[in-house]
Design a protein around this ligand. Structure first.
Ligand code: NAP
Ligand code: GLV
Ligand code: GLV
Length: 339
């Protein structure tokens, strides 16, 4: 018996081999422009689809979900899902999946790239060479040229000791013999033991760390968790790294902290609004390294993320629980599959 395949809308170009594997199960439509589909386009498309593969730039709110009468599953191509109204999806019986784990190494490595870039002034030093300042000074080497700070045996403070946070912590311990302290809503005693790290409250982490790295998800509780009051508690000379979500930090407070020297530098991958304009206040500081949300951006990881999106969609199609289901409570509302 021939059945119609369920309709899947993929909101941006993924990898061709993964799309092909999905085509065995779904009638696939891919939004092939570089820019995201506007909200109005999502409203139109979602009316008629059974499944969606989304990106963190797609606003999947309750208004959209309520109009998506046939929609059964959203497979997000990211580990973070703060762009999706999960509570609303669960009530409507819509499954939401994400891509945890496969991007942990890439994001931890980018975190370290930012730590090094800020600590050793890599971007500033490149500009110094590239734009002729080194040449103009007629000095090949000077005891005080481009001094940075060392990481060896310093204190690393992790905010959010999850998959990525604990990997960043482990690298700090093993590679640079750092003292690692962390804050999380839950104490993780097994990890404390395994990695040789200590739990502290948030204010202590801010006050004692030489490098502070943020790895919490964006939620109602973590929105502007790092505000002006908290930034004032940061240890003098410390560096702040954010590869989680922009809105975990109050950007205006961060700008003030940099202006007034409460922090000595920052490495930022994520912003409250993305993209930021070239005249954004953060672009004024030499001691800030800015990158365009590229935490998971390696060939290996982006492909693995696409594969995991496909695994989730295929499991659901076959009536199985998707391997990385976010809203487990949805299982009580509706069983997996299109039947
Ligand atoms: P994860 O394993 O869920 O880790 C998040 C950690 O934060 C968990 O230990 C969690 O505790 C903790 N947490 C949650 N709410 C908290 C709060 N209010 N206060 C303190 N700690 C809290 O997630 P992950 O895979 O490491 O990813 C972390 C985040 O990084 C993602 O949500 C995403 O936003 C971001 N990310 C960014 C990029 C990028 O491209 N820059 C790439 C990947 C991920 P419990 O688990 O105990 O609740
Ligand atoms: C990227 O930011 C992700 O959440 O995967
Ligand atoms: C620097 O290049 C040194 O030899 O110390």
């Amino acid at each position: 018996m021939m059945c119609l395949k369920p309709k899947l809308f993929v909101t941006r170009e993924l990898f061709a081999d993964v799309i092909e594997s999905l085509e065995q199960y779904y009638e696939v439509e891919v939004w092939d422009r570089y820019q995201p589909p506007p909200y109005e386009v999502l409203l139109e498309k979602f009316k008629d689809i059974d499944a969606a593969a989304t990106l963190l730039t797609d606003r999947i709110d309750c208004n959209l979900l309520q109009r998506a009468k046939k929609l059964r599953i959203i497979a997000q191509y990211a580990v973070g899902y703060d762009n999706i109204d999960i509570e609303c999806a669960t009530k409507l019986g819509i499954y939401v999946t994400n891509t945890p784990g496969v991007l942990t190494e890439a994001t931890a490595e980018l975190t370290w790239a930012l730590i090094f870039a800020v600590a050793r002034r890599i971007v500033e030093a490149d500009h110094f060479v590239r734009w002729g300042e080194w040449w103009r000074l007629k000095t090949g080497w000077h005891p005080k040229m481009m001094l940075g700070v060392e990481l060896y045996k310093k204190t690393l403070g992790i905010i959010g000791l999850g998959r990525i946070g604990s990997r960043v912590a482990e690298i700090g311990r093993k590679a640079f013999d750092m003292r690692v302290i962390y804050y999380d809503i839950y104490r993780k005693k097994d990890l404390e033991e395994k990695l040789g790290i200590e739990y502290k409250d948030l204010d202590q982490v801010l006050a004692e760390s030489d490098i502070i790295s943020i790895h919490v998800p964006l939620t109602k509780e973590t929105y502007h968790m790092i505000n002006e009051e908290r930034l004032k508690k940061v240890k003098k000379g410390a560096l702040l790294i954010n590869t989680s979500r922009g809105a975990v930090i109050d950007t205006n407070a961060l700008v003030k902290a940099l202006e007034e020297g409460w922090i000595a530098g920052a490495g930022i991958d994520v912003f409250e609004q993305e993209p930021i304009p070239p005249n954004h206040p953060l672009t004024r500081f030499k001691n800030v390294v800015l990158v365009p949300h590229i935490g998971s951006a390696t060939y290996e990881t982006r492909h693995k993320m696409a594969e995991l999106v496909a695994e989730n969609l295929i499991a659901f199609y076959e009536g199985r629980v998707p391997p990385t289901l976010v809203n487990k409570e949805v299982l009580k509302v509706r069983s997996p599959g299109f039947k």
